[in-house]
Design a protein around this ligand. Structure first.
Ligand code: HEC
Length: 120
C-alpha cells in the first residue's frame, strides 16, 4: 500500500471512532436513569455518622454504620430514614445534635431505599 493511502485510512478510522456530541448526550441520559446504590450514599454516612456510629460505637450510639450491611440493616430495622428526615431541632434527629443533612442527601438516601438498597 502507498504511504499516503495508509495515512488516509488512519484518518478515516479515527474520525469514525470518535464520539459525537449525540453519543455523549446519550450516555448522560442513561446515567440519570441509573439506580442509586450504596456506592453513591456511603460518603454521607462516613462524613456525618461514623464519629458516633463507628465500630465499636461511641457516645452512646447503639450500632455501627460503617459497612453496607450495617447501614442497610439500620434502614430496614432501625428507622434510619425517619431519623434523618425529622425537622431541624426535633428530638431524635440524626446526626445527633444537628445540623440536619442537606435535603439533597436525604433525598438520595430515600431514593437508594426506593431502588432496593443495592450494594453496587
Ligand atoms: C454525636 C453522635 C451521633 C452522630 C454524629 C449520629 N448519631 Fe445516630 N445515634 C446517636 C445516639 C446516642 C443514638 C441513641 C439515642 C437515640 O436513639 O436517639 C443514636 C441513634 C440512632 C438511630 C436509632 C437506632 C435505634 O435502634 O433506635 C439511628 C437510625 C441513627 N442514630 C442514625 C444515624 C445516622 C444516619 C447518622 C448520620 C446521618 C447519625 N445517626 C449520626 C448518636 C449519634
Amino acid at each position: 500500500m502507498k504511504p499516503f493511502l495508509i495515512v488516509l485510512f488512519s484518518v478515516l478510522l479515527v474520525s469514525c471512532s470518535t464520539s459525537t456530541y449525540d453519543d455523549i448526550e446519550e450516555i448522560q441520559e442513561e446515567n440519570q436513569g441509573e439506580v442509586v446504590t450504596y456506592q453513591d450514599v456511603a460518603f454521607i454516612f462516613q462524613n456525618n455518622c461514623t464519629a458516633c456510629h463507628s465500630n465499636p460505637p461511641q457516645n452512646g450510639a447503639p450500632m455501627p454504620l460503617t459497612t453496607y450491611s450495617e447501614v442497610k440493616n439500620a434502614v430496614q430495622n432501625r428507622g434510619l430514614i425517619d431519623r434523618i428526615s425529622r425537622e431541624e431541632g426535633a428530638q431524635g434527629l440524626m446526626p445527633l445534635g444537628g445540623p440536619r443533612l442537606p435535603q439533597q442527601q436525604i433525598d438520595l438516601i430515600t431514593q437508594w431505599n426506593l431502588d432496593g438498597l443495592l450494594e453496587n
